[in-house]
Design a protein. Sequence first.
Length: 474
Amino acid sequence: MSTDPVDVVDVVDVVIVGAGPTGLALGIDLARRGVDALVVERAEELFPGSRGKGIQPRTMEVFDDLGVLDPIRAAGGSYPVGMLWQDGERVGEHRMFDPAEATEDSPYDEPWMVPQWRTQRILFARLRELGGKVAFGRKVVGVAQDEAGVTVRFAAGESVRARYVVAADGGRSAVRRALGIGMTGETVDPNPTLVADVRITGLDRDNWHIFPPRPEGDGFLAICPLAGTEDFQVTAQFTDGSPVDLSLEGVRKVVAARSHLAPEDVTEVRWASNFRPRAALADRFRDGRVFLAGDAAHVHSPAGGQGLNTSVQDAYNLGWKLGAVLRDGADEALLETYEEERRPIAADMLGLSTSVHRGEVRRGQATRQLGLGYRETSLTAETRQAPGAVRAGDRAPDGTLGGVRLFDAFRGPHWTLVAVGVRAPELPGAVSVVRGAAQESYGTGLFLVRPDGYVGWAGDTGDGLPRYLERTGL
């Protein structure tokens, strides 16, 4: 991975602050649309830890569209079955996720485990392949905006001028603080938690090893083999008020005290951190020409596996809208729908993450995020007299129509009109058309699928479709 310095230009279309999964995914989406975007990262390299390791089925669909699905699948694996231990003995299995089966309309049926550092490297490589730019060692110290654009100042180096800025710089977002946007939330668990990537001997890699809290009250220990690596992720809760020691000796002490393993079985600590699980939502996702995305806009407990996934989908929602305004001539009012659509979703996912953390719900259909949609937003138009199962605002399912796989037809930065059993009207060249006599998931009608894979408009005929297209710059 190259971290060579980037010659920062004076003016770009978009500055993306933060080279995490959110910022890199947005950079990819903008790069393939011909938008001149610069990703800036305060660190000197990409994040080195496993933190957000679960990729939900809906995000796998997003990665399919962004051109990184194959390397993501190659880099990871399925989640192992949990194994409960007590006094050095295996006492039973614990299924982390409700079972699911792949179907024609939902080909990705389970969360896929990829350590966050590897996901970021894959996204970074794709961004570079598309000609995108990342400048490391760029700490933002000021953001000033006016009617024409935004000036971003750094602790070192020249300032950058952009038409828009996206803050994807994490839960402690410097950009959000500079804008004075507050966050409302709660502490999910007041006890600190250790998370570390380690090398361990003496444990199999076929199970997620779980050591429940002991009567002494020192918190749980979980040791999960990280798919595609030789590492394990150690997670340990501290309920006794003792400090969290991130050193090799500190991690060895925790593992030995709470399991049957000896201290020397932990041979290396490759990355370690500690946190207190919390849930928080930014009071707003936009301030003028600056947008918040990812952890800068919402912070989750990691228990539900929703944080990284909701964040990537923020980028996926915002990317096509910025492209439409900057390249296709859409009215800037289109950008108002970003907060309208994404903030309620983030709020719902925060509630879900917290409920999973507290053991109130299992990791099941809701956590896969396939049922999320925008039926009630202003960008959605359902005009049919008798809508079927798939409605405007819903995720557009996969399937086959007229011999064409729909996800293949959707892949790319374009819009797609799905015409099932009705005549397709003449449309601009920017809209791809798929026709067929029947498709089980969709029923009958016209379905205009947005670049982010949601049905924006649906109708029995093409009446009203031109007005919708005009709004989106088509």
